[in-house]
Structure formats: C-alpha cells, structure tokens
Design a protein around this ligand. Structure first.
Ligand SMILES: *Cc1c(COP(=O)(O)O)cnc(C)c1O
Length: 410
C-alpha cells in the first residue's frame, strides 16, 4: 500500500472549497488580498464583522485585555462576563445568559434547556418543533434540528426529539399543538438566513408567542444571524414587540472573536443549575471584553439606525433597478439582511454551479457576496457601510444580475 504524502499547504480537511483569494488586511468594509488588491466586503464574514474590519475600538479592547488576562475559568467569577450579561439583558429584556464559543453551541444550550424544562414538567419524551428550510448549526443536535437534508445526509442516526413544521405556517403549528402532548418548545429563526433570507408574515412571531403561552412551550429564537443590529433593531424579535423565552446569539456578538450566547427569561433561565451544562472557554475575559465593546460601539455610533436606513436604501434601490426583470423572482430584506432571489429558468448556468459562478464573478469585480439556498444572492454588509459603498454594492450586484440572466428559451 502506498500512502501519498500530502504536500505542504494541503493538510486541511476538505470541509470547505475556498475561493482562490487570501485576505491579509482589512479596514472598515474594505479588505486587501495578498497581492494588494482591494475588495468591498458585502458579507462581513457571514454577518460576523458588523463593525467592519480592524475597528479601532475593538483592536484597543483586544490589545488591552490580552495584555491583562486571557482566560481563567468559570470556576472563578469573571467580572467581564457579568458585565456583558448585564449589557445583553439590558438591550434584550432577557434575564440570564450562558456563554458559549459558537452559534451551534448556543443552540445546544437552548435545546438542553428545552429538554430539561420538559422533564421538570413531567414530560418524559420532550419534543422541540423546528422548521423546514432552517439552519441551526453543524453539531449533532443542531444539524438534527436543521431543516436541510444536505446538512444531515450521512450523519444518521440523527438526534431524536425534533418535530418538523413548515416555516411561516401557523396552521401547521396549531395542528401539532392539538395532536402532540410532548412538545416543550419551538426553535425558530425570525428570518431564515441560510434558507435564503426568508421573511415570515409580520405577525408570525406574535402568533407563535401566543401558542407558546397557551401551551406552556418555550419560544426559542435563533438570532445568531439576525441579532446585534443586523435587521435595524438590536434583535429581530423587537420588530414584533414580543419577548422570547430563549434567544441564541453568536456571529456579530464578538465581531470576529468567537463567542456565542444563550439568553433566557426568568422562567427558562432557572432551568440550568450547577452541573447541568458548561464550557471551558465560554465567556472568557477576552471574548467578553470584546463583545462589550461591540455593544458600546453599536450604541455610541448609532449603528442600528444606520443599518435600518442603509438597508432601506439598498432594498429600494435594488427593487427599482431589478424588480421588473423577468429573471428576478423576489427582492426582500430587513435592515442589512438582503436577498435577491433569481428564477433558475432564466440563468445562463445551471443552478448548482450558479452559486459558485456568481460569487466568483463578484470577486472579479472586487465585491464579496454570497449565494444561498441555490438561487438567492445574500448581502450582509457591515453595519458601518457609507452611502458610497452602498452605491458600489448596488451598481456591482445589478451589473452581475444582468450578466447572469438570459432570455428564457422559448
Ligand atoms: C451561523 C448560524 C448558526 C451556527 O453558528 P456557528 O457559529 O457556525 O456554529 C446557527 N444558526 C443560525 C441562524 C446561523 O446563521
């Protein structure tokens, strides 16, 4: 048997097929590659760098905290963690926080809370309602909760205890409520991100809230992508003037420093007790100090109002320029979370290749975008983008869309 030696630079597992570009440096919404070429970032590392790259306040906090203390342990009190929890509860109206290192882990905490909540209410086999087309992460429990066969295929047996329902369909939830006594919670994204920027009916969350109240279920919102100002509110549920029982955060919370959080109200926040859950790194001084500065900066620079305003400008401009085209099926968004859904029948390339093709074409034009759910251009620019950068995004994406569409074959 011969084992071929893997050459240097090829030792990574093939979990990603990255584009052929390496970024070396960033500033605000700009990135520079190793050849000194400049790019406009309309993706923010998938909704992570809301404050843009190398934000001076973030850099300062990381430098100062790194010079003082990186990590102790949750065996000791961590004042930076307590302060961040205070801030998060203040802006969200929630009561308690558990800190993790990623979004999937924040959702794991939510799932464990739901199950323990069920057992404490004498439900032996607790079930959580999850949605078709959803995304909740790549760990075993969260991929089982995810409504996408591609994420699950090959990893069976899946974690039990999830009931699948169509998104944005209250009738389906009511039907489950009538027929299943084992439900303890609903886990749902206020807007489905990976699923193609799917925005439900304006009162969808309100109706879910009502059902959860009637049935004593926990309403658990996955705000990992929608949270931290992205949609023009701190959290997407605030557009609905409701409160969830549990909410998960990650992505933009640390602006690139890995941190996740599972927030709960008083009822759900009492469920986990010493010994039930934990994390070695979760909530360490570096990540918490950074996330506190993220919150302070969003506040002091009024970035939520800016996200709302810039988002409306982008959405209206795209509608003006693209909505009348035959190959454009729908343009939708809330704040700086924008999706342009194309009709695959009008694409010059087949749908599977289309996503990679379009992202490559954008890269050639020095713009970073993403295509999700096969045919939805997804834009998640940093909250800090200015008018001129917004115009560059509008013009470049419009040009790209015109380039990839063709007249439908007769
Ligand atoms: C990104 C994402 C996750 C997973 O977060 P990770 O940090 O990659 O584990 C979960 N839910 C939603 C809605 C996301 O967008």
């Amino acid at each position: 048997m011969t084992t071929e030696r893997i050459t240097a630079g090829n030792h990574l597992m093939k979990t990603y097929a990255p584009l052929e570009v390496t970024f070396e440096r960033g500033e605000g919404a700009w990135l520079w590659d190793t050849n000194g070429q400049q790019y406009l970032d309309a993706l923010s590392g998938i909704a992570v760098c809301g404050l843009g790259h190398a934000h001076p306040a973030i850099t300062k906090t990381i430098n100062e905290q790194a010079a003082k203390l990186l990590h102790t342990s949750n065996l000791y009190q961590i004042d930076k963690q307590q302060h961040l929890a205070d801030q998060l509860c203040d802006i969200s109206g929630m009561s308690r926080v558990f800190f993790s290192n990623s979004g999937a882990e924040a959702n794991e905490a939510a799932i464990k809370i739901a199950r323990l909540f069920g057992h404490k209410n004498n439900i032996e086999n607790p079930n959580i309602i999850v949605m078709e087309n959803s995304f909740h992460g790549r760990t075993m429990a969260t991929l089982s909760a995810t409504g996408n066969r591609k994420v699950q295929a090959g990893f069976e047996p899946l974690v039990q205890g999830f009931i699948r329902a169509p998104y944005n369909n209250i009738g389906a939830i009511k039907n489950i409520a009538e027929n299943n006594n084992n439900v303890v919670a609903i886990l749902v994204e206020p807007i489905q991100g990976e699923g193609g920027i799917q925005i439900p009916e304006p009162d969808y969350l309100n109706q879910l809230r009502e059902i959860c109240d009637q049935k004593n279920w926990l309403l658990m919102l996955d705000e990992i992508q929608t949270g931290m100002g992205r949609t023009g509110e701190w959290f997407a549920f605030q557009h609905n003037k409701i409160q969830p029982d549990v909410m998960t955060l990650a992505k933009a919370l640390g602006n690139g420093v890995p941190i996740g959080a599972c927030l709960a109200n008083e009822k759900a926040g009492e469920v986990l007790q010493p010994g039930n859950h934990g994390s070695t790194f979760g909530g360490n001084p570096l990540m918490c100090a950074t996330a506190s500065t993220v919150i302070d900066t969003i506040k002091s620079k009024k970035l939520i109002a800016k996200a709302k305003h810039t988002g409306e400008y982008l959405l209206n401009s795209f509608k003006q320029k693209l909505a009348s085209l035959d190959g454009v099926r729908n343009i939708r968004g809330l704040g700086l979370m924008i999706g342009i859904e194309l009709d695959t029948a009008y694409l010059k390339h087949d749908c599977n290749e289309f996503a990679t093709e379009l992202v490559k074409l954008a890269l050639e034009k020095h713009l970073l975008i993403n295509v999700t759910a096969g045919n939805v251009i997804r834009l998640l620019p940093p909250l800090i983008i200015d008018q001129q950068q917004a115009d560059t995004i509008i013009n470049t994406v419009t040009e790209l869309v015109l380039n990839v569409l063709q007249k439908k074959a007769a």
